[in-house]
Design a protein around this ligand. Sequence first.
Ligand SMILES: [Zn+2]
Length: 203
Amino acid sequence: MDKVKVLQRYLPPDAAPLIGRWIDYFKCEFKISRNRNSKFGDYRPPFDGKGHRISVNYDLNPYAFLVTTVHEFAHLHTWNEHKHKAKPHGTEWKNNFKRMMQPFFEKEIFPPDVKAAIVSYLNNPAASSCSDLGLYRSLRKYDAPKEDVHTVEKIPVHALFKIKDGRVFRKEEKLRKRYKCTEVATKRVYLFSPVAEVELIKD
Ligand SMILES: [Zn+2]
């Protein structure tokens, strides 16, 4: 399938053609990762006969996907210019990140609040990681609401719910700060945090 069409499923559509051109220009192996890890994206420099590799998590919203993609391409570009001489999130990377964000600002890809968060991130010399909280909090607002995801405190007492590994529980009463929940299959009692995300089982 056409690369840009695939990218448009993950990126703001108007941003996809330029990212497609970067993939070609930098001869980068670009992977949309289904791994559920804590990192949003990853860049690996050429090694052992392999070229540049970037992976970005598939489950980011389009703005977070774009910011992460540009973040990783800035690592690639910094690697091409400086190899090991530049720190991963040092001045060289930051300047490249800033410069590589510009075309997306010019195309007005971002809503104003996201743009403001990115600009303040780019201008803050202390912000140096892949996971600036202020930035990602403003990006997270654009996540699609997850279907059937509730928190333990929000579901009714005696409701059945499922957790990620598939086990089913019944919510019982609150004990101090946590909720007693009985695993249906084993009748064992567990304590759940009120904000644990669970899938509600209807009827
Ligand atoms: Zn990084």
